[in-house]
Design a protein around this ligand. Structure first.
Ligand code: ZN
Length: 879
């Protein structure tokens, strides 16, 4: 069943107070709810029936204003409880029985590694009690949790603890009160045997806040990095957005079984343990940075999400796009800004652009959905963040801040829409954003074609822009977007020239933001004595596919000279794409592959440039991935893409052996002589060391193998160890590979997160026989389909990263994935639906693969009772 934005109606009733009591037992849980309700005064007269949401609840008692109701007084179906109020104000008391102990969907109240925890966003609260489970119903919550004391010494919920007590029968209880009104999706409860690390933060108005991170006892040595990240986040939000924390206590709990990354429940964030736990020996640099970013993201939601929340789920990007933008700026401030931008753009272009071009394409503010869980997407999150970044670019940092201040002041305590956000930005800036808002309503990735002409007689240079946007499901025609294009014009030495447009009496800056607002539009620059070279879309100022007819020599020039670090990297990517596409063509024509030596020259000068940030060197050495090469192809030739990229990598490795080896050894020496530090200069050094190693191993030289084995064995951190393991796994040194895998598993068998990495590097290995390796690993004692991290580590990594094996011409990869989706559909629909992604991209492939992929989608469709999650994705993919 489809839900439409246009059908939105304000709730008939409001819930002023919510009083919950949970009695947790091993074989069931009782939930008592007292709802203090009233007719919504905004909705006119009369008392319509009250329709409460509820799923998988066993109703034990129901009372209206202390009057016990009998079955004749209400109607029950599998998702609603309907009854008739008799007054404007009334109180509902209900008791239900639920079964967290057998909840494998990990939505609502469930058990993970012996502890009770919750995930209510988006619509999980209705699996806990009968309620108006929609974000525009906000209530003041009081929660009492009762459980057996020995197994569940820690009892947590939102807000502040106000009372605790013992029940005398080995059970105890605690009551929590959250003074802030909130929708049910922000409710949380935790009960377990947990330890915590405690710290303090003093806010800008000198309020003292207690900070606690709760984990299983054996992980207590892995929380310091998350705690440091939390304090940095709190400080940053005060400094950059003027946002202060508002309760006396802020808690994070790490759980092992979690469908997503983390959840911003008021005062009680619940995290996937992979986004909390980090220490040198067990977590890579990337994991450390992810922990920092996710801690910040969930903390920032306290304002962008909780204090100001969403009116309905179509507005999800209101909080998610904004909060991703906030966390990415935070990460940019904590680490290297340029590197963070490169990582985000590479990710967006590979994955979000693919989503935008596929059957599930939807606008940043969708207007229809079947299952809201399917809309926690790259479009809502990452493209949503790009939309906010464009507003920031158009308005400037200072005006953007005025707009966000106005937004928070105007809507504190409310559930609002994306329109309300844009309105605040308009009111604070005086800028009309009505055309800009098409970014919220039109799906698809715009294309921006740019051409140039230079008039030597007039000393003028003209850039002609043509924008278009491909059709997406339900949207055949698109209107022009507002596309901010930051650009500079470079002279023959790479210096930025003064920019004077026709109509301007003097130059205005040397790097500026033009707004392309029409389907075709030209800008003419004056007073240019020679034809300049444009540096376009600096910092990736808009999420579009830009094309400009650069020659390879011009791209090499930009790689060296562009003063915009992002565009230096981008020039290298475009050069690599051109070179790789040439190799792909050669492979398809059955010709011998010949690498354009200009790529070697360009990367040699990058490697030999000692003044470049090492993380930039590492990024520039990374060739565009097979996923990105697939995304930019009309029909992706899996084998040719893989062969071309592997050929280029091995040619580069031999041609650049000396500088790679020198860079490797210098950095490895530093790693050997300094203790691990989780800071960006060290991340940079190790990332160059590890990418150098991955190239060097392609040469098969004995001294490289020896270095790799030495790095694997003698290091104090997971970044070096895992990188060495990954290159061994992708090599043909069978004995060394097997020995390394064995010793690694032996050493880390009790650490689930490290074992996830061990599964992942093997699942992603592109050597032949990938599927049978994955099938064998599914039998490993550390693997289980019940844990989403394991599913992602093995099945997700195989289907999402190991393209050459997943797309095996016989369809075995597709059949395998469909089998896993069918099995997950019954246990965990959200995870099942997410694993489906690679199969939905069938339009990208040749006819024979298309047929095989579609057949598997059909088989899933016919496999029995499908969850709404899986049904929506499969049916839309086949439509
Ligand atoms: Zn979020």
């Amino acid at each position: 069943k489809m839900i439409y934005l246009k059908d939105y109606q304000a709730p008939d009733y409001l819930i002023d107070e919510t009083h919950l009591t949970f009695e947790l037992y091993e074989d069931h849980t009782l939930v008592h709810a007292q709802l203090v309700m009233r007719r919504n005064p905004a909705c006119g007269a009369g008392l319509p029936p009250l329709v409460l949401d509820g799923q998988q609840l066993e109703l034990l008692n129901l009372a209206l204003d202390d009057r016990e109701l009998t079955a004749a007084d209400y109607q029950l179906d599998d998702s609603h409880l309907t009854l008739q109020p008799t007054q404007e104000r009334f109180v509902i008391d209900s008791s239900v029985r639920i079964h967290p102990e057998s909840n494998t969907a990990l939505e609502g109240l469930y058990k993970s590694s012996g502890m009770f925890c919750t995930q209510c966003e988006a619509e999980g609260f209705r699996k806990i009690t009968y309620y108006l489970d929609r974000p525009d119903v906000m209530s003041k919550f009081t929660t009492t949790v009762s459980a057996e004391q020995h197994s569940y010494p820690v009892l947590l919920s939102n807000g502040n603890p106000i009372a605790t007590g013992s029940e005398g029968d080995g059970r105890h209880w605690a009551t929590w009160e959250d003074p802030f009104m909130k929708p049910a999706y922000l409710f949380a409860l935790v009960a377990g045997d947990l330890w915590c690390v405690e710290d303090r933060f003093t806010t800008m108005s000198a309020r003292e806040v207690t900070l606690r991170i709760y984990v299983e006892p054996e992980n207590i040595d892995k929380v310091q990095h998350a705690m440091d990240s939390l304090k940095k986040s709190m400080k940053w939000d005060e400094e950059v957005y003027g946002r202060e924390y508002d309760l006396d206590i802020f808690m994070i709990v790490a759980v092992n079984d979690f469908n997503m990354g983390a959840m911003e429940n008021k005062g009680l964030n619940i995290f996937n343990s992979s986004c909390v736990l980090a220490r040198a020996e067990t977590a890579t640099d990337a994991a450390h940075q992810r922990v920092e970013a996710v801690v910040a993201h969930e903390y920032f939601h306290n304002w962008s999400g909780n204090r100001v929340t969403c009116r309905d789920w179509f507005q999800l990007s209101l909080k998610e796009g904004f909060t991703v933008f906030r966390d990415s700026e935070f990460s940019a401030d904590m680490n290297s800004r340029t590197v963070k931008r490169i990582e985000d753009v590479a990710y967006l272009r590979t994955h979000q652009f693919a989503e935008d071009a596929g059957p599930m394409a939807h606008p940043v503010r969708p207007d229809a959905y079947m299952e809201i869980s399917n809309f926690y997407t790259l479009t809502i999150y990452e493209k949503g963040s790009e939309v906010l970044r464009m507003i920031h670019t158009l308005l400037g940092a200072e005006t953007f801040r005025k707009g966000s201040d106005l937004y928070f002041a105007r809507h504190d305590g409310q559930a609002v829409t994306c329109d309300d956000f844009v309105k605040a930005m308009e009111d604070a800036s005086g800028v009309d954003l009505s055309q800009f808002k098409r970014w919220y309503t039109q799906a698809g990735t715009p294309r921006l074609e740019v051409s140039e002409s230079y008039d030597a007689a007039a000393n003028s240079y003209r850039l002609q822009f043509r924008q278009s946007c491909p059709a997406t499901p339900g949207q055949a025609e698109k209107l022009p977007f507002v596309i901010p294009v930051e650009l500079a014009l470079l002279d023959a030495e790479g210096r930025e020239l003064p920019l004077q447009l026709v109509g301007e009496d003097k130059p205005v800056g040397r790097s500026r933001v033009l707004q392309v607002t029409q389907a075709e539009q030209a800008f003419t620059f004056l007073n240019l004595e020679a034809k300049p070279l444009p540096s376009l879309l600096r910092g990736f100022s808009a999420p579009v596919k830009l094309s400009f007819p650069y020659s390879r020599d011009q791209l090499m020039f930009l790689m060296q000279h562009d003063s915009d670090g992002f565009n230096r990297w981008e020039a290298g990517q475009q050069l690599s794409v051109q070179v790789l596409q040439e190799l792909i063509g050669q492979h398809q024509r059955g010709e011998a592959l010949v690498l354009d030596q200009r790529l070697v020259t360009a990367l040699r000068s990058v490697l030999e440039n000692a003044s470049l940030d090492q993380a930039m060197v590492a990024e520039m050495l990374s060739l565009p991935g097979e996923g990105y090469l697939t995304e930019i192809s009309d029909v992706a030739d899996v084998d040719a893409i893989h062969a071309a990229r592997e050929f280029a990598r091995s040619e580069l490795a031999s041609a650049l052996f000396e500088p790679l080896w020198a860079r490797y050894q210098a950095n490895r020496e530093l790693s050997r002589s300094t203790a691990y530090v989780a800071e960006s200069a060290h991340f940079a050094r190790r990332s160059l060391q590890n990418i150098a190693l991955s190239y060097l191993m392609l040469t098969g030289k004995a001294e490289v193998l020896a270095a790799c084995l030495e790095q694997f064995e003698v290091c104090d951190n997971m970044t070096e160890r895992l990188a060495a393991l990954a290159v061994l796994v992708n090599s043909s040194f069978e004995a060394e590979k097997n020995e390394a895998l064995k010793s690694f598993a032996e050493h880390f068998k009790d650490n689930a997160l490290v074992m996830d990495q061990w599964f992942s590097v093997q699942a992603a290995s592109t050597l032949p026989g990938g599927l049978s390796r994955v099938q064998a690993l599914m039998q490993h004692p550390a693997f289980t389909m019940k844990n989403p991290n394991k599913v992602r580590a093995l099945i997700g990594a195989f289907a999402g990263q190991n393209l050459i094996n997943f797309h095996a011409a016989d369809g075995s990869g597709y059949r395998f994935l469909a089998d896993q989706v069918i099995s997950l559909n019954a246990s965990n629909p959200q995870i099942a639906s997410r694993q489906l992604g690679p199969l939905t991209r069938w339009r990208k492939y040749d006819a024979s693969r298309q047929a095989l992929m579609k057949a598997e989608l059909e088989r899933i469709l016919a496999s029995g009772e499908l969850s709404s999650d899986v049904f929506e994705v499969v049916s839309k993919s086949l439509a």
